[in-house]
Every structure is written in C-alpha cells, then in structure tokens.
Design a protein around this ligand. Structure first.
Ligand SMILES: Nc1nc2c(ncn2[C@@H]2O[C@H](COP(=O)(O)OP(=O)(O)OP(=O)(O)O)[C@@H](O)[C@H]2O)c(=O)[nH]1
Ligand SMILES: [Mg+2]
Length: 616
C-alpha cells in the first residue's frame, strides 16, 4: 500500500496512531501539514520562552540550591545555618518562634519516657532487627569511563571530579575530617559479619548501564525492602538478660529477670506529669494557623482492637509542618514587610516576614511555658531517676542521641523568660512535609555574591515525600545531599525493616544516577559526625551492621574514611557525566564548624553559577 507523503516509517508504536488515513485527500493533507507546522511553531516558542526565562534568571543572578536526604538527615538544620549566617537579623528575630517547637520537643521526650514506663521490658525490644539475619549487598555497577580533568580542590573539602583517583588533596576542614579516601569499590554489604556472605541485587538499584531513563519517583516506591528479608529472631539481642545486676537507687527499683517494677516514687512522677498531654495538644493547636489546613498532626494510630495489628507507638509518630507561612505566621502576632528580600516559604507570593517583635513573646502569657516551668522538678527527677535510665537502656532508647533533645537543659529551657539561643534553634526538631523554597539576599554581602538572590529548596525527606522532589530538579545550580552516617544502627522510622544508612546509600545512588541532575554539581554532607563519634566511643560496632566493614578498626577515623570512600565510589560509578563533587564530614548543629563549610559551599555555588551564565 502506498504511504502518504509526510509520514515516516518506524518502530515507534505512536506512529501507528498518528499515521494519516490511507485515503487522505490533498485538501486534508494540506490541513494536516498546516496543523503540524503550527504545533511545531508553538513548541519552539515555548522552548524559546523557557530559555529566555532561564537566561533572564541567570542575568538577575538567582542561585538555586537543593537540599536532599532522608528524614532527620539535617536538611532543615542546614537551611537554618544558611539563615543564621547570611540573614542574621531575620534569624534572630525568629528565634522566639522556635520556643514553641522546643516546648514540643521537651514534651515529646518526656512522653517517650512515660510510654517506655507503661509497658514491661521484653527481651525482644531491640529497635532494629538483628543484623545477623540480614546480609545484603548493593551490587557493584560497571565502571565509568575516566576523565583526566581535575580542577583545584575546594577549601575544607575533599574534591572529586567524576573520576577522582582518590588521592585528591586533603585539607582538614573546620568541621570536616581529612582522610585518605578508600576508592576501591562502591559495594557496601549490610548485615552481620558472622553470617555467610550473600550478595543480593537490590531492587531499586540495578547496575547503571541497564537502567531505564530515570523515573525518580518510582525508583523509591520499591526501595529497600528485600523480598528475602524476614523479621529476625534476635540471637544477639542487646537487651540484657542478666537478672542479678543492682540498678541505681534502691528506693525506686525492684527488678526481675524480664521486668522492672516501678516504685511508688516513679508512679507518682508519672501522675504529676500527665498535664503534659494537654500541653502537647495546646502546642499543636498553636502551631496550626487558624483557617488553614491542618499543618501539624500525628499520624493516626492503627486500631488496637484489630487482632494482629499493633497500635502505633507514640514514639513512632512525629508532628510535622507543611510549607507555607503556616506555623510561623500562627505564632507571630506582627507581620512586617522586609524590603531586603525576607523569607518566603512555599511560594506563597508574599514578601511578608513574620516577626515576633523582639522580646514581646517573652512578656505575653504562655501557658505551655508556665506548665513546663511548674513541672520542671518532676521532669528533672524523671530523667535522672536510675530506674528510668535502666528502663530506657534496656529498651535501647537513647534520647540524648535523638532529634530535639533538651532534657539536659531543662533548667534553662523551662525558665519563664526562656529565649532560644542560636544553638537551640539548630537543635530543635520539626519534621518537614512538602517542599519549601526559601528566598533571600545575603544581609552579609560576600564579595562577588552581593546582589545575588538565593533560593534554597528544603524538602521533606521521608519516603512518602520523595516523589514530590522531582519538579524541583529543573534549573538547580547545586545539590547538598545529607547522609547522617551516625544512623548505621537505626531503622527508618517509616519502615522499621530498613536500615537508615542503607536507605541513605540507595538514595545517594538514585540522586547520582538521575539524568535530570546529570549536570548538577553535588555536595555531600556526611552528617551527624558528633553522634557517630559518640556511638563508636560507646562501643557500638559498625561491622555489626555493615558486614563489608570487616575487622577494620572501629574508630571515627576508620569509619568515616570507609564511608567517605564508598559514597565517593558510588558517585563516580553512577554519575551519567563527570561533574564536580565535594564531600564534607559535618555536624550541622555545630555553628562554629559548619560556618566554614557553608562558606565554601557558597563560594563554589557562586563560581559554578557564574561559569554557567557565561556558557549561556
Ligand atoms: N547532634 C546532631 N544533631 C543533628 C545534626 N544535624 C541535624 N541534627 C538534628 O537532627 C534533627 C533532624 O534534623 P532536620 O534538619 O529537621 O532533618 P530534615 O532532614 O530536615 O528532616 P525532614 O524534615 O524529616 O526531612 C534536628 O533536631 C537537628 O537538630 C548533627 O550533625 N548532629
Ligand atoms: Mg526538614
């Protein structure tokens, strides 16, 4: 059969649908060709307008930085560090708004203790599955072609360019560590060393060359629960089975092999602290702005009456905020326009920056603060009680290593005139849901940077949130990816079967291999190094959770060097194109050490932005 002019033959199934009818008349053909030409013209006009918009943005010097990483990796804290350093006036004015968040953090810590005291101690209460039962390997992809180009290193960082040879110059960063890099291979095996090696190909991480064009959202959906994994019996349970230890003060403790009996003293404390539940409700109501969609809430508990279905514990749930001026607006009474740029969350289109008008917040009635102040003695007694400490130890609840921990500062944070310090704001925990863009111009002008508008995009990091990231991948100058490497012995809160470090590694692979981000420079923060140090000093062994660590030394230097090498190798092997890559060991709650690192990142992003502008 003759094929009408203007058609192409191909294997594309769409051609079949779009192919003109065989009996097309000359007149119909003319109309069709005109329509096709018009569609092409419109498409080209859209492309041209997008390009012009991008160029205009470049001319205006708008720099976009994207913060990525799993939940609790430190993204919002890093954003707060940028705010603290570059818009200090705004940061200072907003400190009072964080008081309610800190109150909520205090209440949460106490309620976690109260919940721990409710249930008997069972020997199987280890929070994370025994690594003995898990031995997984993230398969090694084929190597990338190499590039010889190695631009100069960034201050305070290790520097890679696609295919670094691992001997890049090292400079001890202010918060970072400077170590030789193990670039051997990107393979990390999770699980106990005592189990016979098994190598599984992870579902979400096929070797790069076999990968289909990136479908970023979907790649998470199946991520990280291996079909071969089963909930383990726990031969290496860290819950002591020893029944004969004498615990703390005799006045409060009765113990047996499996259960500690609470004394009347602790029971009395529990009763006295009941009002905290009411305070928590008040705080949630306070953080949710009136006439707005609910912005903070607990996930609904599962039904305790359905057999076999466990009720969600208090500890497994977390209050969150949605982007928008929401909680800030609700807490502040005054709004002023900030001519210098100000904050804008969630693209609400307004330049209004909520303010608390200096100390005004301290002078007004604050019921939660008053109640916390009144219950301070009881909270301190509860936290310092030897029996309570023993219950927490046996249940492996380490509040001091959890987010938003203020129980060691109760004296200060429950004072009636408590004003959060910079460090308090950095330590406070408020989970993000959704995506928010923070726009600002630096109050502290930084050389070439003056006049540049910064846009930092902060996202929610929990698994359900990750599909919302994709629309923000366009036109990004750099990404800061946060991997909290202290979390090697913790499960994800949204999926207790998944190790947090493993999730971070998989997420890092997805980001590195994503085609939409192929030309975006990557900055990696191996974060929470302060907690990592403490854990290793306390004797928690990495090799117990990461089998491939083998019998290397369980020291901070050894562990950070090893993980740094693995993340670098993944970047090298999974990146579609060579690009710049910087890695820092960070503790982003630490203001002093993070300042130098953030300054380095700022300079790097600006440099890259200028280079890109010239290319356009
Ligand atoms: N000790 C310590 N705490 C940290 C560090 N980085 C972040 N944190 C704390 O960890 C908690 C979680 O940090 P966030 O910045 O809220 O985490 P996020 O990545 O924004 O989490 P989502 O909003 O859930 O995606 C906060 O209480 C921070 O203060 C760190 O390096 N060391
Ligand atoms: Mg956040």
């Amino acid at each position: 059969m003759p094929v009408p002019a203007g058609t192409r033959l191909s294997d594309d199934p769409l051609d079949e649908v779009l192919r003109p009818p065989p009996d097309e008349t000359d007149e119909q053909r003319q109309i069709r060709l005109e329509k096709e030409a018009e569609a092409k013209r419109i498409s080209q006009a859209i492309d041209a307008s997008l390009k012009a918009e991008r160029q205009a943005r470049r001319k205006k010097r708008i720099v976009r930085l994207l913060l990525l990483g799993q939940s609790e990796s430190g993204k919002s804290t890093t954003l707060r560090q940028f705010q603290r350093l570059y818009t200090p006036t705004a940061f200072r004015e907003e400190r009072i708004l964080w008081r309610a968040v800190i109150q909520l953090n205090v209440v949460r810590s106490v309620r976690i203790i109260l919940e721990a005291l409710e249930s008997p101690i069972s020997p199987s209460s280890s929070p994370f599955s025994s690594p003995r039962s898990r031995a997984r390997s993230i398969s090694r992809p084929p190597p990338m072609p190499s590039t010889s180009q190695l631009p100069p290193p960034l201050p305070n960082s290790d520097y890679y360019n696609g295919q670094s040879n691992g001997n890049s110059s090292q400079s001890p960063g202010e918060g970072g560590v400077s170590l030789p890099i193990d670039t051997s291979d990107p393979d990390i095996q999770f699980g106990s060393p005592s189990r016979a090696p098994q190598r599984y190909h992870h579902q979400s991480s096929p070797p790069r060359r076999h990968r289909q064009p990136a479908n970023y959202a979907n790649s998470y959906a199946s991520s990280s629960r291996h079909p071969h994994y089963r909930a383990p019996s726990n031969p290496e349970s860290e819950v002591d089975s020893d029944s004969d230890i004498q615990y703390g003060s005799p006045r409060s403790i009765h113990h047996s092999s499996s259960q500690l009996m609470l004394s009347g003293h602790v029971e009395a404390l529990k009763q006295k602290l009941q009002p905290l539940k009411h305070i928590e409700q008040l705080l949630i109501a306070k953080l949710v702005p009136p006439n707005e969609e609910e912005a903070t809430h607990f996930a609904p508990p599962s039904n305790p009456y359905i057999p076999g279905v466990q009720q969600a514990s208090y500890r497994s749930q977390e209050i969150f905020i949605r982007p928008g001026q929401g909680w800030r607006g609700a807490l502040s009474r005054a709004r002023v326009t900030n001519p210098g740029g100000g904050n804008e969350y969630g693209g609400s289109g307004s330049n209004g920056r909520p303010m608390s008008a200096g100390n005004t917040g301290l002078e007004t009635q604050d019921e939660p603060q008053a109640v916390l102040h009144k219950l301070k003695k009881e909270m301190v007694q509860l936290w310092e009680d030897p029996l309570v400490k023993e219950v927490l130890r046996r249940k492996k609840i380490k509040l001091e290593q959890e987010s938003g921990f203020f129980l060691d500062d109760l004296e200060r944070v429950t004072a009636l005139k408590f004003m959060p310090s910079d460090d308090d704001v950095l330590k406070a925990r408020l989970k993000t849901v959704g995506v928010s863009e923070y726009k600002f111009e630096m109050e502290v002008s930084a050389g070439r940077d003056s006049g540049t508008e910064w846009r930092i995009v902060d996202v929610g990091g929990s698994r359900s949130q990750r599909p919302t990231w994709v629309p923000f991948f366009d036109d990004v100058d750099a990404i800061i990816f946060l991997a909290p490497i202290s979390a090697f012995d913790q499960p994800l809160s949204e999926d207790k079967a998944v190790n947090r470090l493993e999730d971070s590694v998989l997420l890092w692979k997805d980001v590195c291999s994503n085609k939409l981000l192929a030309n975006v420079d990557l900055v990696l923060f191996l974060n929470k190094c302060d907690i990592l140090k403490k854990k290793l000093e306390d004797g928690v062994r990495l090799a117990k959770y990461v089998r491939s660590y083998g019998d290397r030394e369980n020291t901070f230097d050894g562990v950070s060097k090893y993980l740094r090498g693995k993340f670098a190798a993944i970047h090298r092997e999974y990146s579609p194109n060579p690009r710049k890559f910087y890695v820092f060991c960070t503790s982003v709650t630490d203001a002093a050490t993070t300042a130098g690192i953030i300054a380095s990142v700022r300079d790097m992003v600006i440099r890259q932005h200028l280079k890109q502008s010239k290319l356009l």
